[in-house]
Write a protein that binds this ligand. Structure first.
Ligand code: NAD
Length: 363
């Protein structure tokens, strides 16, 4: 059996690092890596050669029984694979509804790493949390770079500068990391979420929790938020608008699995923001939390910089690859026994992440 890792076509990350492979020689012995796959993340071919096979892209496509990428392979490359090959990637089927049909068409099987259940048992494979945490950190650094003023309070001989006011909407994995990073930089931070559990976490990081009455919660949703009523969202928008007018930076991360992201910053709110302020919308790929977000792009609106970006993790490719790789290896260990594939569909992690079982593709 061969496990193949390809170079990403539009991303600096690599799915498996030499460090992870070195720690797992049983898997490394079956692994082939495309030459140059790790270069943009700081891992050269020499580092891989010491632990696994380094080959051409075509050799991976033709020779591997399991093909791993960070982002889904293009349709024309799926066509080059031997039917029965298994793909492992972040397919995001919720945002990419045609993907399963495409994989079935080529008679391939697929596991989507973003579909691994977010349970305690699967915590070591939770790529979504690893990447979200980096995104939250990078969002604050990006905002600080764009902001025409300091984050911390400054008392100087030339006068005093008040600290920047940062508002974080959605205090899940990315939001909490953003709070911690903004606090470390000395900003005044407020945050809001619809889950009560988030309140304590926000306060324990030294930020103020913005509470809006009447949020709906569902304890069976696996820790995720559920869609809110129209009335609640209207009340929330009004509360956010009051705070947005004073904010220097707003970072939005609010998502509801399987649905379009809720609009928390309508145009009327952005109209009241100060020139020079910055919005970073990490929910851009699922429609955005700001009505004015334009996909993954950056532009100015009335002096406000609006940055849509759900892929900030790839801007820190080395550590993003390290965490991705460790999460992925923990998942691979579930699929491989004694050097061969052994897929136990009774295992809830395997079943939960399998978006195209091979038997569907062979019909
Ligand atoms: P996410 O990316 O789906 O959403 C980000 C945040 O947006 C969430 O905190 C959500 O509550 C919030 N949100 C949704 N609608 C909102 C609205 N209208 N206003 C304000 N906020 C809104 O979530 P995530 O960060 O991936 O994870 C969320 C939670 O899932 C975690 O905090 C945790 O409870 C749970 N989780 C559990 C595990 C585990 O047990 N291993 C792992 C990861 C996450």
């Amino acid at each position: 059996m061969k496990i193949g890792v390809l170079k990403e076509t539009d991303d600096k990350r690599v799915a498996l690092t030499p460090e992870t492979l070195k720690k797992h020689p049983d898997v490394a012995a079956h692994t082939i890596i495309e030459s140059g796959a790790g270069l943009n993340a700081g891992f050269n071919d020499d580092a891989y050669t010491a632990v696994a096979g380094v080959v051409s892209r075509d050799e991976v496509l033709k020779g591997a029984q399991v093909v791993i990428t960070v982002n889904p392979l293009a349709d024309e490359e799926m066509a080059k694979l031997t039917p029965g090959t298994i793909l492992i990637s972040m397919f995001e089927p919720y945002n990419n509804p045609d993907i399963t049909g495409q994989i079935e068409k080529h008679k391939l099987g697929a596991f989507s790493l973003d579909m691994i259940p977010r349970t305690t048992l699967a915590q070591s494979m939770d790529i979504l949390s690893s990447m979200a945490s980096i995104s939250g950190y990078k969002a604050v650094l990006t905002a600080a770079n764009q902001l025409p003023r300091y984050f911390p309070m400054m008392i100087t001989a030339a006068g005093s500068i008040r600290p920047a006011q940062v508002l974080i909407l959605g205090a899940g994995v990315a939001g909490l990391q953003a709070i911690a990073t903004a606090k470390r930089l000395g900003a005044m931070v407020e945050a809001s979420d619809v889950r009560q559990a988030a309140k304590e976490e926000v306060m324990s990081l030294g930020a103020k929790f913005v509470e809006v009455e009447g949020a709906k919660e569902d304890t069976t949703a696996g820790g995720y938020a559920v869609e809110q009523t129209k009335e609640f969202l209207e009340r929330q928008k009004a509360e956010v608008q009051r705070r947005a007018a004073k904010a220097d930076v707003i970072i939005t991360t609010a998502q509801v699995r399987g649905r379009k992201a809720p609009i928390l910053l309508p145009k009327s709110t952005v109209d009241q923001m100060k020139p020079g302020s910055v919005i970073i919308d990490l929910a851009a790929s699922s429609g955005g939390n700001c009505e004015l977000t334009q996909g993954n792009s950056t532009y100015q609106y009335n002096g406000v910089t609006i940055i849509g970006n759900s892929d900030l993790a790839e801007e820190m490719p080395q550590d993003a690859s390290r965490l991705f790789s460790n999460n992925l290896m923990n998942f691979l260990k579930l699929l491989i026994k004694d050097g061969a594939l052994s897929i136990d569909m009774d295992n809830e992690i395997i079943a939960g992440s399998c978006i195209v079982p091979l038997e569907n593709s062979s019909k």
